[in-house]
Structure formats: C-alpha cells, structure tokens
Ligand binder design. Sequence first.
Ligand code: CP
Length: 310
Amino acid sequence: MEWHRRHVLGLSDFHPEEMEFVIDTARSMEEVLTRDIKKVPALRGKTVVNLFFEASTRTRTSFEIAGKRLSADVVNFSSATSSVTKGETLLDTARNIEAMKPNILVVRHSASGAALFLSRHVSCSIINAGDGQNEHPSQGLLDLYTILKVKGKIAGLKIAIVGDILHSRVVRSDLHSLGRMGAKLWLCGPATLVPREMERTGAVVTSDIREAVRGADVVIMLRIQLERQKTAYFPSLREYSRRFGLNRDVFSLAKDDAVIMHPGPINRGVELSDELADCERSLVLLQVESGVAVRMALLYLLAGGSHVAH
Ligand code: CP
C-alpha cells in the first residue's frame, strides 16, 4: 500500500491495512536494530523536534533514538526549561520552532486535541506523543506489535485492560489498534474510573478484575494517573490495589501462557506487584524495545519513505 498521511494524530481513523503497513515497516526497522552499526541514512538531512509539554521517559527517549537510528537531526524541547515558563503559548512556541524548518514535530501535551490543533497551524508533520486523555497512537501501535511478536495474532485473543480507564490515552489508542484487529477486549476498573461511553466501544465492561482476567491471553495494566485526578475516585491506594491490582492469585485465572503488559511508568505495589512486574511473563521491557522500531517506522513513513530503508 501507499502511505498518504502527513500527520499521526490518533488511531481512530486508521484502517487495519495501515496499521499492518506500519508494523511491517517496524519489522524492517527491527532488523536494523540487530546490526552492529544500528544506523541507516534514511532521514539524513531531516529534522525531528520532540516538543514535550509533559514529562516522559519512554516516548521521548525512544523517538529520539528512533530519529538518530535513521540519521535525522533530533532536537529535544522540554517546556520546563523553555520560554513556556515565561508565559509563551503552545501556538507561539510551535510557530517559533516551525520557523527553524523542522520536518516533523513530535508533540506531547496535557490538553486533549493539542496535536490536532497544531496540525492546523503549522506546515510540518505532527506526531501525537500523547494528548491529555485523548490518544497515544504510537503506544497503541507498539502494544499491537508487541502482542503480535509473542502471540502471532490479535484476532480472537481475550485482552483485559485494567485500571484508570477514564484518564488513559493509552486505552483509547489500544481500543482502536487491538479492537480493530479483532481482539475481544475487556475493560475493568472502579465504576468511577470507567466512563459510560466505553460501553459503546464493543468492549465488555466490568468492575470485577477476576472476571476480566479469567481466561485472558493478555492483561494490560494501566497506571493510576493521580496527576489528572481532581477528585477522589476511590477511597485509598491500598483499597484500589486490593480490588484492582494484579497479583499472582488473580493472574492465575488467566490462560497458562497469558502475558502481562503495562505502558509505564509502573506504580509498583499499586497496579502491579513487584513479583509480576519482573516475572518472565511480563512484556513491559519488550514493549519499550518494540517502541523504538514502531517510532522509527512512523518517522520514516511521515518523512516520505515508502519502502524499507537499508
Ligand atoms: N508509555 C509512556 O508514554 O511512557 P512515558 O510517559 O515515559 O513516555
């Protein structure tokens, strides 16, 4: 297929064939990452700016490594050390960065719709690296890729997603990536953290983690996003962990070959016990590894590549 997108703002309008195309491209990038010299000249002369208005470890670092593996010039912008602290707006910031002629802006912002907004006001490509509670498309694609690596398929798998559904942009992108590929999705969390609209997504919604995990092929645990919680959604972290945390006892209800995922960062002892976070069936670090290849694929495709780079 041909790649026609100028931006990657979310997965809500991605067709399965497009997601497969990104994954196929990521597989080729993964081969580059096995070489002694993990670098190809595909994006030589292109500039990628990581424009992050929120904290990040995995996404920002892996977009930086992805760009460098493709020989792009990569510039990291952090709002905390920028003129945003003097009151400069998102749009003014982006327009000033645009004046320096980057090819791709990778944007993370606390406001849902920030990436879409910028795509309407700047001429370079935009990749949404997480906008508020809306979407995190590269995470949705890397989760898809990680499950494909381990399970070989998505269709028919029971995938339970447990935790703070309300504030999670990951779940919204995973619903598009995993759901559109035919997974049977279950969403689980306290009733206060599962918005009613989730019942219209085709996923099964429950507040019983045992029901969600029973017979699951994949269990995706979500971080409790205390920084986005303006009110108390549950009595205490201890109570939350007791009812919605994944421990050995609850995980024993899943299939014998079930795997555990988490987008990170993990609140250890809250949504995931130490034992499970680090066990052999945890794919947490494989997700991070997959993220570099998926982000290389996105940068490569947006920069005009249509075949695999060597
Ligand atoms: N998964 C994820 O978005 O992690 P970071 O916030 O560290 O980028």
